[in-house]
Design a protein around this ligand. Sequence first.
Ligand code: ACO
Length: 335
Amino acid sequence: RGCKLIGCGSAVPKLKVSNDDLAKIVDTNDEWISVRTGIRNRRVLSGKDSLTALAVEAAEKALQMAQVDPDDVDLVLMCTSTPEDLFGNAPQIQKALGCKRNPLAYDITAACSGFVLGLVSAACHIRGGGFNNVLVIGADSLSRYVDWTDRGTCILFGDAAGAVLVQSCGVEEDGLYGFDLHSDGEGHRHLNASVKENETEHVLGSNGSVLDFPPRRSSYSCIQMNGKEVFRFAVRCVPQSIESALGKAGMPGSSIDWLLLHQANQRIIDAVATRLEVPPERVISNLANYGNTSAASIPLALDEAVRGGKVKAGQTIAAAGFGAGLTWGSAILRW
Ligand code: ACO
């Protein structure tokens, strides 16, 4: 069995926050942010907005484009590091979409690599597990975990959701040509939003020993990042990963129509494109408008490029995600 992408969709919050808006709350300016990152605006959840609603909207658009009935979806993969329920977001999305014919729905947590991992997981479920219509959603609201007094991180992130519908097909039609996935927990110290250390009560155990019990309620710290290390990691590992995925697909670099990287920093995108000798006109970027939207960035940029008529049916895309974990991975696919 093969699998192919047949629909995409995306959704962003209404509230637009410009670099000038950020300059009112931290010591920064539009020129610094634009030159160092390429970002000019980002969208941020506000009021009663919810990430679940964004994910549902993106998924509905993908289903419409694919002309697939929600009841025919048999798997929903919600790729997110910021679920609105600690136990997982995907089943709520399944319910809201109205996928009633006994589908499976679960979350995948791999930060900015989440969507690529979700795509590959969808392909594995289709090829080996008998699934037919898999919704892969990338959605994150990192604005909720940003320290808005830290100018080194708060300028980078935005909230969004993107989705694709991956459908089973014959092997001859297969649209996922090759992939390459990695993680390295050693690099966790460079980028994380870890659970806070618990301060516990001290109570006397039955044998007279002092126990740290019960634990206090937990919460997560804001995003901690060593930007320079993350930058170096991305520029080193992403080209290698794409070359490896191309090798597994048995395809030369020249066969790529579009390079679609996780939208973290325009300088990272440019450096990877230069290393892979992909000219700027074949690189997809919408970072200026949305900032780094983590797991949503690849499907959001894909959706805009498809609906804008840039990416056409039958074209080959090299997509790569990278980020916290550290995790990184690539997929060579056909739109
Ligand atoms: N405005 C103005 N000045 C600033 C700002 C700001 N927002 N932030 C930092 N500065 C200052 C610093 O204090 C420093 O000043 P100094 O020279 O007086 O000490 C100077 O600007 C340079 O700061 P650097 O941190 O060295 O700047 P750098 O060129 O490394 O750019 C950046 C920082 C944009 C964060 C870059 O390192 C980067 O993009 N790294 C990759 C980040 C990334 O891709 N993260 C992925 C996360 S994905 C995920 O999984 C969540």
